[in-house]
Design a protein around this ligand. Structure first.
Ligand SMILES: CCCCCCC/C=C/C(=O)SCCNC(=O)CCNC(=O)[C@H](O)C(C)(C)COP(=O)(O)OP(=O)(O)OC[C@H]1O[C@@H](n2cnc3c(N)ncnc32)[C@H](O)[C@@H]1OP(=O)(O)O
Length: 719
């Protein structure tokens, strides 16, 4: 709703829908009534609109987009009276004025803001466009070029920049409502005509600007349709009179809002927030547990992962000690950190001053004893259980009793590592993804004794270092890599059966994955997978050779081992599944030698090849991984499907416009997913990953949407 009061001739209208004053039906109706009242009240000389609490408004209520039609009054109906008012209307902005919130402000004649306020049009990130005049009014205020930047990126613009652009008229430092009232009084009597945006003309930026922008946007936001629709709407502001432009904007908005992409992107917005609310089997949760302060940290291992993690910590202002056993490796790690900082400065992602500040809080050491006083340590050494246990036993003796000990293991058992210490409650997994400085996911893994306080601390740390932390339970390879396993295995089987690695990658990239499976393997290094496979087999008492095709009755494909044995280690050696010309180069070209190797392999084992469609490639890789996702849910390794989707979006770049694999399964309808998995199970009986999940079987009998799966899991533990 919206509150109204008359303060000495100033109508003060408060948007009231905490915590972010989303413009729900009640708020829009309240705002419209309040503006009418202010218009009719002869005592009122000017009007101030502000938000209750910390924010002006986060825009339209996204939950209302799920329905068929947005109920009237729309934002434009509510605000028309502000536009047409002869009494000056001032938007007094604190916190955020985003989307529809900024559109309300653009209907006002003046905008003032606090120094920390932010404005923006983030609609594009939830698959729509500013549909309440934003694409028509912003170009009339700040011009076409800046409007394209703001609307197609969705970025938040801070107060200082908003002032420079002309979105804000003034930055004020005292109480925002009082300042709003004073500002409004000061402009009473000044004709508002020149302030009404609908009356202004948009400068003709020419059509070439839009042609160039279409190419840029297609490249930068590959696969997303909303940025292209934003461009069309902005172009309409230039080509059409105001009212016709508004009609065009609404038409484009309505096409987008009913698209599958908008549905998926809005699901992702809420999934991220649902996933942040964690719960342990004990019942302790994000509401009840408090994090310990992390004032200083340590990282053990200055290899690619360790250096990347240290970089995340220092760029977030956390003084960090980076420890390596060998001075030479340590120096190499520091060079990596410095190089990445220089790269960020060159790309204008940070200033040279920020980079210097980050490096000034990095200390280095070759002595574990130097971690005696830090609040949290992240171990990032080679994936070897014995080595990790040895390090944790030492840390337990060296570090303060309150220090939290984290391991960056991607697969090893947290409980076994914790057993090496006398503080099992303070041992936890913090699994980062390569490159650690870039990839947003932080897969936090609790063991059976990990305390809620420890979990709260690593979840809070994740947010602080600008990651997306997701909590999962311990199991072999956790969630991300456990699901990746059947996905990657199917890719290899598809290659054995006749698809080329390049066809597999093309199908995945056309779907929207940033990179195909084989390009990712080359980037990570084929030798890494080789060693991990050998280690894992050794732990199970199995000897793997490149001739191994079945292990304990289960089909395996070790084609990648054949490539490693030929010296093809991936990008680092200049060739892997692809040819890169020389070591370290990124441009991947299909390599006939790889195709010959596959031919030879298939001849050796008498494997008949056939033509495989891109649809089959996608179905087999994705459904194998989705089936594993249901097993993970069934075992309680994660408590909700949203966790899995966020892991795939931020860990592996699953496109947000497809909403994550579990959402994708939901959209396919579970009965279809289950039927296909059962068919694959029949056709490929030697792959355990095709054994259908019991949870999936049960859910497929219901017609429950993804938002209701968790309630079924919780209400029915006997699956
Ligand atoms: C045919 C009719 C035409 C209609 C045209 C309409 C045109 C306008 C379109 C829009 O305005 S679309 C919305 C654009 N705005 C956004 O995308 C902003 C989304 N929100 C955020 O980015 C952040 O929430 C924030 C505002 C920066 C605040 O971040 P903070 O970290 O402080 O809090 P959160 O945990 O994110 O949010 C708190 C709480 O509020 C819920 N929420 C936030 N924004 C909205 C929203 N716009 N609609 C509905 N709900 C919203 C969020 O989910 C959290 O809820 P809980 O998780 O606590 O339940």
């Amino acid at each position: 709703m919206a509150n109204y009061r008359n303060k000495g001739g100033v109508a003060v209208i408060e948007l009231n829908n905490p915590p972010v004053n989303a413009l729900s039906f009640e708020v829009r109706s309240g705002l419209m009534n309040a503006l009418k009242r202010a218009h009719d009240d002869k005592d009122v000389k000017c009007i101030v609109i502000h938000g209750k609490g910390k924010n002006f408004s986060a825009g339209a209520d996204i939950k209302e987009f799920g329905g068929t039609k947005q109920q009237k009054p729309w934002i434009t109906d509510a605000c028309r009276l502000a536009d047409e008012s002869s009494k000056p209307v001032v938007a007094a902005i604190a916190g955020t004025a985003l989307g529809g919130g900024l559109e309300v402000a653009l209907f006002c004649h003046y905008r003032i803001g606090t120094p920390s306020c932010r404005v923006g049009f983030p609609e594009v990130q939830i698959g729509v466009l500013p549909g309440a005049g934003g694409t028509q009014r912003l170009p009339r205020l700040i011009g076409v070029k800046h409007s394209i930047d703001m609307i197609t990126s969705g970025r938040h613009v801070m107060a200082e920049e908003a002032l420079k652009l002309g979105i804000l008229d003034k930055i004020v430092t005292d109480d925002i409502i009082e300042e709003g009232i004073q500002f409004a009084k000061s402009v009473v009597g000044i004709d508002v005509g020149g302030r009404i945006l609908r009356n202004r003309k948009v400068e003709d930026a020419g059509s070439k600007v839009f042609d160039d922008e279409i190419s840029r946007v297609k490249k930068k936001y590959k696969g997303y349709i909303a940025p292209l629709f934003c461009l069309k709407a902005i172009q309409a502001s230039m080509q059409l009179p105001y009212d016709a432009g508004m009609e065009q904007e609404l038409k484009l908005f309505q096409q987008l809002v009913s698209s599958g992409q908008a549905k998926a992107q809005q699901y992702t917005f809420f999934a991220e927030r649902i996933s942040a609310r964690w719960q342990l089997p004990s019942g302790a949760n994000s509401q009840t547990a408090s994090p310990l302060p992390v004032k200083t940290a340590g990282v053990i291992g200055a290899g690619t992962m360790g250096a990347g993690i240290a970089l995340c910590l220092i760029t977030s202002g956390i003084p960090t000690v980076l420890v390596e056993q060998d001075q030479k490796f340590l120096e190499k790690g520091v060079k990596t950190v410095e190089g990445d900082l220089r790269g960020s400065v060159a790309l204008k992602k940070m200033t040279a001053e920020q980079a210097n500040k980050a490096i000034s809080v990095l200390k280095t050491s070759v002595n574990l004893e130097d971690l005696h006083d830090v609040d949290l340590v992240i171990e990032a050494v080679y994936e070897n259980l014995a080595l990790k246990k040895e390090i944790f036993a030492k840390l337990d003796k060296i570090c303060k009793s309150k220090t939290i000990l984290c391991t960056n293991t991607s697969s090893l058992d947290i409980d076994t590592i914790a057993e090496a210490t006398k503080r099992r409650d303070k041992v936890v997994g913090t699994h980062f993804f390569a490159p650690a400085y870039i990839m947003k996911l932080q897969e936090n893994v609790y063991g059976k004794d990990t305390s809620a306080e420890t979990v709260a601390t690593v979840m809070a740390l994740g947010k602080r270092i600008r990651k997306v932390p997701v909590l999962v339970g311990t199991c072999d390879s956790f969630v991300a890599n456990r699901m990746l396993h059947p996905y990657a295995t199917e890719a290899l089987f598809l290659v054995e059966e006749g698809a080329s690695p390049y066809e597999v990658d093309q199908a995945l990239e056309d779907f929207g994955m940033p990179m195909g499976m084989f390009r990712v393997s080359d980037l990570s290094g084929l030798d890494i997978g080789y060693k991990v496979r050998k280690e894992a087999a050794k732990r199970r008492g199995i000897e793997l050779t490149s001739d191994t095709r079945f292990v304990n009755g289960e089909r395996v494909c070790l084609l990648a081992n054949v490539l490693v044995e030929k010296g093809r280690l991936g990008i680092k050696s200049g060739k892997g599944w692809y040819n890169y010309g020389s070591p370290g180069k990124r441009e991947a070209t299909p390599d006939p030698e790889v195709l010959d190797t596959i031919e030879e392999y298939c001849r050796k084992y008498d494997i008949k090849k056939r033509k495989i469609s891109s649809q089959e490639i996608l179905e087999r890789m994705q459904l194998a991984m989705i089936n594993e996702g249901f097993k993970i849910l069934e075992e309680g390794i994660v408590s909700k499907p949203e966790d899995i989707d966020i892991i795939w979006i931020y860990g592996f770049g699953w496109p947000k416009y497809m909403g994550g694999p579990m959402f994708y399964a939901n959209e396919m309808k579970l009965k279809n997913v289950y039927r296909k998995i059962r068919d694959f199970h029949q056709n490929y009986p030697f792959s355990i990953h095709w054994t259908p999940s019991k949870l999936l079987a049960r859910l497929s009998e219901t017609d429950l949407p993804i938002s209701k799966w968790t309630s079924l899991i919780n209400s029915n533990s006997k699956l």
